[in-house]
Design a protein around this ligand. Structure first.
Ligand code: PCA
Length: 200
């Protein structure tokens, strides 16, 4: 099995994004799964094309996108993407869509096609705090998950796709008052490894 795993670039006031920091530290193989990694831009316009280009290059059997969810204390296994872009912050290209669909006339939502319950159970058994999430928000992460699931549904139904949100790193939380929850990078990496093992 070939897995494409992506993380995002830093955005907002942050200088790191724990998602790509963790993705970078993953090994190239986990069990029988070959891992390829790519960094996605925090851009409504550019993230979908970047993901499709990485998929065309690496021809994965499954795609797992990872993003930062500031304020979360656990890894969030996203179950749903909704057809809505409603940004409270401009993206890294300065775009801030409000009340716009991801895909005009597309379905209201898509479900992740990864085995999210099995993945959540694997994380909990491995001692990494995780939960099933029913909203990936309305910013670039939800946009990318919706774009991925729409593409898989319409053009590549044999490929599985999904998304995990991860907390801030302790160094990100330390600069904020009061400090929000955070998770050590090594724990985030371990959580991703356990989630990937559950795919095999
Ligand atoms: N988190 C943002 C976009 C990029 C990222 O890492 C989000 O949750 O939409």
């Amino acid at each position: 099995m070939n897995l494409l795993i992506t993380g995002f670039a830093p955005f907002g006031r942050e200088t790191v994004n724990p998602s790509y920091e963790a993705v970078k530290l993953l090994p190239d193989h986990i069990g029988g799964i070959k891992i390829t990694k790519a960094e996605m831009p925090v851009s409504f316009a550019a993230s979908g094309p970047a993901l499709k280009a990485a998929m065309a290059r690496h021809r994965p059997d499954a795609v797992l996108c990872v993003g930062q969810a500031g304020g979360y204390s656990k890894l969030a296994l996203e179950r749903v993407a909704i057809n809505l872009q409603d940004a409270s912050l401009a993206d890294n290209d300065g775009a801030q869509p409000v009340d716009q669909p991801v895909v005009p006339h597309g379905p209201a939502a898509y479900f992740s096609t990864l085995p999210v319950k099995k993945m959540a159970a694997a994380l909990q058994e491995g001692g990494i705090p995780a939960f099933l999430s029913y909203s990936a928000g309305t910013y670039v992460c939800n946009h990318l998950l919706y774009t991925l699931l729409h593409f898989l549904h319409t053009e590549a139904p044999s490929i599985q796709g999904g998304f995990i949100h991860v907390p801030y790193l302790p160094e990100q939380a330390a600069g904020k008052t009061p400090p929000p929850p955070s998770m050590e990078l090594s724990q985030i990496v371990r959580g991703l490894e356990l989630a990937i093992q559950a795919l095999a």
